[in-house]
Design a protein around this ligand. Structure first.
Ligand code: ARG
Length: 564
């Protein structure tokens, strides 16, 4: 579709006093295919030319020669509508897909530019919660999306592996801990200890004091404190990595908060030297009054550093290391203030690149099914969620397709895909209501629905082992075929939009639409029983659809089983 878009822009550029970039951003996709493939709204032009938009669109329609890319260019009220030449669009789209294969839709416009993506970042010694799941799947999808646009991507896991909670954990472990239990179920045990600490601290005020002292010891390199911290960290990380393996997630770097310990002194000194820091009630702060924000705390009264100090240090370090063109922090909306403060301090320090830092926030997930919501208190354990998803998927598959080979593997792919899609299928800023029946509904707007469409393409192609890959694009003229081609052609645009808005949901919605269009086609246009030329051409369309469904699913981190 990009070629056609570029051609529409060129045609307009000859007539309209706007540059190509602007024209490109102004072109819209009409809601109804009857209204063409692109529409140029004439409102802005009307203001400049002091004329009626409908009059301008009619004039433009008269002046533009549509061929060869467009069959017609017509005015519809204030819009100028472009209709792609169907034959050319079909031929270009299918050959583009078969040439591009798993890279169809990719571009190189990000070449030579770097995007750092800070995502997942669970806290050591606490369960990998559903909030971190959101960060993980959104971050991973953004990584793949930017990669598809040719950017160099650096994925960083800024683990929460430092901070006062480690003082608490050490105190709790020394009192109530059990080395063997820790070895077997590290996060469960550490979380128990953490909860127990807080309960005990309500009556025993000395505990908090003790914890602070232990954290200071840790910050000062005390060997016993470090030994315990490293043990907690190593065991927790092993557990997190199990989840990452299940989700197919990888990082270029694990650079958690502790990674910056040795550098924090320099960072604080830098802020002080610039005259930006002041002491307030014994703590070191940067006032952000001018920005209308509460002050950013860099050092506590007792000398301990904070989350913000480490983030400041990390940002400066990453700019130096990676010279990024953009840095995305995929972190819950509840940390919006923290990032406003962080970016404001960076700006105050004179770093132009502060503008390249973006907080990509997301809302909450609420579980409707009470069963899932607790094991200990109010936290949801991600491993439980994933296990439950696979179990439920296995039940559905056993019913629908009891003879399926490799049932267990497919159940995992479907179950985990459903959980990922429950997240990515929604606009990330909205809160999500999670219901098992809904996310696993094979006919709803779910991952299984898309996976099922994909499996169907595979099954059709399996039944045509004689097909040699040839097709005639000119024969794909039914409305359902054309609509499917148009949707396939728009994959690249969906990737662009997803990147621009930092919303993998754009790809997710696109895939739902593609699966729907495919199903319509499948019900309307017989493939295997059609006459031989039409059969070959339709098989071409099926193969192209399979490829794009695969590409899109893999971008979201969802598996595409051949059979289910
Ligand atoms: N560990 C933090 C939390 O769970 C998230 C860290 C996000 N990344 C960052 N650079 N602050 O709240």
């Amino acid at each position: 579709m990009e070629k056609f878009l570029a051609e529409a822009v060129s045609l307009l550029a000859g007539q309209v006093p706007h540059d190509k970039e602007q024209l490109l951003s102004e072109l819209e996709t009409p809601p109804d295919p009857e209204l063409g493939d692109f529409a140029y709204p004439c409102f802005r032009l009307a203001k400049i030319l002091r004329s009626a938009p409908a009059k301008i669109s009619a004039e433009l329609a008269g002046k533009i020669t549509p061929a060869p890319y467009f069959s017609r260019v017509e005015a519809h009220g204030p819009y100028l509508n472009f209709y792609c030449d169907r034959r050319l669009l079909t031929a270009e789209t299918l050959s583009g897909i078969f040439a591009g294969k798993e890279r169809y839709g990719w571009k190189d416009r990000g070449f030579g530019r770097t995007v750092v993506i800070d995502f997942s970042a669970p806290n050591i010694a606490k369960p990998f919660g559903i909030g971190h799941l959101r960060s993980t799947v959104i971050g991973q999808a953004l990584y793949r999306i930017y990669q598809a646009l040719g950017f160099r991507c650096i994925g960083i896991n800024h683990l929460g592996d430092w901070g006062t909670q480690f003082g608490k954990l050490i105190v709790a472990f020394l009192r109530w801990g059990d080395a063997q239990h820790l070895e077997e179920k590290p996060i469960e045990h550490l979380y128990d200890l953490y909860v127990r600490f807080h309960r005990a601290a309500e009556t025993d005020t000395a505990l908090e004091e003790e914890a602070r002292a232990w954290f200071l010891k840790l910050e000062n390199g005390d060997p016993e404190a470090r030994r315990l911290w490293l043990l907690f960290r190593t065991l927790s990380l092993e557990e997190f990595k199990r989840v990452y393996t299940q989700l197919g997630v990888q990082f270029d770097y694990y650079q958690g908060e502790s990674f910056f310990n040795e550098m924090l002194g320099d960072t604080v000194r830098l802020v002080e030297e610039q005259g930006l820091a002041k002491v307030s009630e014994g703590a070191l702060i940067v006032s952000l009054d001018e920005d209308g924000l509460p002050p950013c705390l860099l050092r506590k009264q007792d000398g301990a550093t904070l989350y913000a100090t480490r983030d400041l240090c990390a940002a400066i370090y990453r700019q130096r290391m990676f010279n990024f063109d953009r840095m995305l922090y995929v972190v819950g909306a509840d940390q919006a203030l923290h990032f406003q403060q962080l970016f404001a301090v960076l700006k105050k320090m004179g770093y132009q690149w502060a503008e390249k830092c973006v907080h990509v926030p997301f809302g909450l997930i609420r579980f409707k099914d009470g069963k899932m919501s607790t094991r200990q208190g109010t936290l949801i354990f991600l491993e439980d969620v994933l296990a439950r998803a696979s179990e439920l998927a296995a039940g559905i598959i056993a019913e629908k397709n009891p003879k399926l080979p490799d049932k267990e593997k497919v159940a995992g792919q479907v179950g985990i895909g459903a959980v990922i899609f429950a997240d990515l299928g929604n606009d990330r800023v909205k809160d999500i209501e999670f219901e098992w029946e809904k996310v696993l509904d094979f006919s709803g707007e779910t991952a299984p629905y898309i996976q099922y469409a994909h499996a169907r393409t595979c099954s059709i192609l399996r039944k045509a082992p004689d097909w040699d890959g040839s097709y005639d694009a000119a024969l794909l003229t039914c409305p359902e075929e054309q609509q499917l081609v148009s949707t396939l052609a728009r994959f690249g645009q969906a990737i662009e939009r997803a990147a621009e808005t930092y919303k993998p949901s754009v790809i997710a919605r696109y895939l739902i639409e593609l699966a729907k269009e495919f199903n319509k086609f499948y019900h309307q246009c017989p493939v295997l029983t059609a006459d031989s030329l039409r059969r070959a051409s339709r098989l071409g369309l099926v193969a192209a659809t399979r490829q794009v469904l695969q590409n899109g699913l893999s971008m979201l981190g969802i598996a595409a089983p051949d059979e289910m």
